[in-house]
Design a protein around this ligand. Structure first.
Ligand SMILES: C[S@@+](CC[C@H](N)C(=O)[O-])C[C@H]1O[C@@H](n2cnc3c(N)ncnc32)[C@H](O)[C@@H]1O
Length: 244
């Protein structure tokens, strides 16, 4: 039997094709994209000249578009290794490519980072991508992010950060699952309900979960300073960190 990673089973099928359902299932995700973009925009205010932004897991381009729209002097390299998702971003954002503000990479995040020079990028931004990584892969990605950022460079991630209080976290996930049933039954999309629940099992598995304290300590151990978690809404939060 061939091995199918939980990640491959998620964004290539119906869920990837109908990713916009996210806004019904998880309205806070749209807010998180805007917060990531606003954080990048605030950073650009204090930094003159062209700013290189590497986006990990650009998906269909929701956060990419938010970053491009919120800023004037950024060039975004949007990385995503799932063609079903990136094809939609390429379709939605072709104007930004033509204007020289956006470049796509179909490498996986770690490979793409490994191909970048040390201290060559001002911002590494992401939304709802790192939680899909296994813990070992994510650890390598974090140290690569640190290597690739310039001194003073910013890492910003709007994502699922598990609550340290395990009981409170379980309750938040139970509420989330209840919401999935409500939305997908109303939409008569039991196929998507199945996929989102399968996906959630992957998100919540021990080798994927990004527990808040551990994640912030991991950034500190990698060398980051000014580490901050804010804007928490249930299991969603915004994390920022700066390379000294
Ligand atoms: C939940 S979506 C988020 C998309 C987008 N950031 C947004 O804000 O809507 C996660 C994305 O990460 C991508 N992804 C997951 N693992 C990846 C990896 N190892 N390398 C590159 N992209 C990855 C998936 O293909 C998917 O498009």
């Amino acid at each position: 039997m061939s091995y199918v990673s939980p990640y491959e089973a998620m964004f290539s099928g119906a869920m990837g094709k109908e990713y916009q359902m996210l806004f019904l299932v998880c309205p806070v995700a749209a807010k998180m994209s805007q917060l990531v973009a606003q954080t990048v925009a605030d950073y650009t205010l204090t930094n003159a000249g062209k700013i290189k932004v590497v986006e990990l897991g650009g998906g269909t381009g929701i956060t990419t578009h938010a970053i491009l729209s919120a800023t004037t002097h950024t060039v975004v390299i949007s990385i995503d290794n799932e063609p079903t998702m990136q094809a939609q971003a390429k379709h939605n954002l072709h104007q930004w490519v033509e204007n020289g503000r956006l470049v796509f990479s179909s490498d996986d995040a770690l490979t793409a980072l490994q191909r970048l020079d040390s201290a060559s990028v001002e911002v590494i931004a992401s939304a709802y991508t790192l939680h899909n990584f296994t813990d070992t892969y994510r650890a390598q990605v974090i140290s690569e992010i640190f290597r690739v950022l310039k001194s003073g460079g910013l890492f910003v991630n709007g994502d699922r950060y598990a609550l340290d209080d395990v009981s409170a976290h379980t309750l938040a996930i139970q509420t989330e699952v209840t919401g999935y049933f409500k939305v997908f039954i109303e939409q008569k999309r039991l196929d998507l309900l199945e996929q989102w629940i399968v996906h959630l099992f992957s998100d919540e598995s021990e080798n994927h979960l990004m527990r808040e304290s551990f994640s912030l300590q991991q950034l500190a151990q990698a060398g980051f300073t000014q580490i901050n978690l804010s804007q928490r809404e249930e299991v969603n939060a915004l994390v920022t960190a700066v390379k000294p």
